[in-house]
Design a protein around this ligand. Structure first.
Ligand code: OSB
Ligand code: MG
Length: 372
């Protein structure tokens, strides 16, 4: 297929409620969408970078500039005969910028699959048509407020709860949720907020039978995670540290994690995300699908990934209503009994993007011809 044009569209969308983590609080998302136009079809990608570089080194403005000034010229070199598999090799000279690369690759992949009438889930090797839903719960203002929020999600039907933690907000909230809600599937995510010296505090989470503790230590501290894992009964899961399939292999070999959170944006795209999955499966390490507060575009792709055989734990694959008061970019994803979300079945992402709604929330649009 011939790539003709890339559109870079910035949108703003308010979250249903502020989302607080150890690295900051978000009230609305500032999102970069990528549209690829080819001679055969159009495809969409969503960049998961936040408005500030707080989760990782990437942010939306940076990704936008990197795509425009550094990735598109390289993609233009292969535009004449493009497939999604050729995107990452063409961009490999640019170091880092995984989220920018992933957004571009997804737009090309969506166009390619729409041309061939193939759903993304089938292309990736999915074995399920529904995936269990989990919900990521931000740091609350107080324990009673947290219990209200968690109670609401359980009433909605979410089968798995993930609590964001940070020093000073860990043992007490976890104890409170366990005591109030019994043996619900429960896990925590620290977003790198602790040090190895906090091991005694984190060991106090052991009695609560958590599924896992996600990314307690800094991104580059694999040895620290291995040392911490030896001190905890709760399995250690890595998110930020797993930047590639090779990083996953290293982390597993070092004993730094027993479980892996897979996010395509963090590893440079869905093709690398599948390789992370494959490395983990080969090592007997369970994986689950992370999220980055995506709109329906990114969420559709995450659901396809989460349907692969190694995704044996519920992911941060929530319904659209958990994120947005009004998100009509695509058809909404809904939570269905018994706590699952359906994997899209149509070609490519399997969702239809509504251009009128998109216009309503658009802040800027930039189009670049790539066929010159
Ligand atoms: O660490 O998993 C994370 C959101 C933004 C950035 C990082 C993370 C998250 C989440 C939300 O936990 C997951 C979701 O529901 O999309
Ligand atoms: Mg995380």
């Amino acid at each position: 297929m011939k790539l003709q044009e890339i559109e870079l569209r910035r949108i703003r969308l308010p979250l249903v409620a502020p989302f607080r983590t150890s690295f900051g609080v978000e009230h609305e998302r500032d999102i970069l969408l990528v549209k690829a136009t080819t001679d055969a079809a159009e495809g969409w990608g969503e960049c998961v970078a936040g408005s500030e570089p707080l989760y990782s080194s990437e942010h939306a403005d940076g990704a936008h500039q990197v795509i425009r000034d550094h990735l598109l010229p390289r993609l233009a070199g292969v535009a004449e005969d493009l497939t999604a598999a050729r995107v990452a090799p063409a961009l490999a000279g640019v170091k880092g910028h995984a989220m920018a690369k992933a957004a571009l690759e997804l737009a090309v992949l969506d166009a390619e699959l729409r041309e061939h009438g193939m759903p993304l889930a089938s292309y990736l090797g999915a074995v399920r048509d529904q995936v269990p839903a989990g919900v990521s719960v931000g740091i609350a203002g107080s324990v009673p407020e947290l219990l209200d929020t968690v109670g609401g999600y359980l009433a909605d039907g979410y089968p798995r709860i993930k609590l964001k933690i940070e020093p000073g907000w860990d043992v007490e909230p976890v104890r409170a949720v366990r005591e109030r809600f019994g043996d619900v599937l429960l896990q925590v995510d620290a977003n790198a907020a602790y040090t190895l010296a906090d091991a005694p505090t984190l060991a106090r989470l052991d009695p609560f039978d958590l599924l896992l503790i996600e990314q307690p230590l800094p991104e580059d501290d694999l040895r620290g995670h291995a040392a911490l894992a030896r001190k905890l009964r709760t399995p250690v899961c890595l998110d930020e540290s797993i930047i590639s399939a090779r990083a996953a292999a290293d982390a597993i070999a070092l004993g730094a994690c027993a479980i892996v959170n897979v996010k395509a944006g963090r590893v440079g795209g869905f093709l690398e995300a599948r390789r992370v999955h494959d490395v983990c499966v080969a090592n007997g390490v369970p994986v689950w699908c992370g999220g980055m507060l995506e709109t329906g575009i990114g969420r559709a792709a995450n659901l396809a990934l989460a349907a692969l055989p190694g995704f044996t734990l519920p992911g941060d694959t929530s319904a659209s209503a958990r994120y947005w008061r009004r998100e009509l970019i695509t058809e909404p994803f809904v939570l269905e009994p018994p706590g699952v979300v359906s994997v899209p079945v149509g070609p490519g992402l399997g969702v239809t993007v509504d251009p009128e709604f998109l216009e309503e929330i658009t802040v800027s649009v930039e189009r670049r011809r790539v066929d010159r």
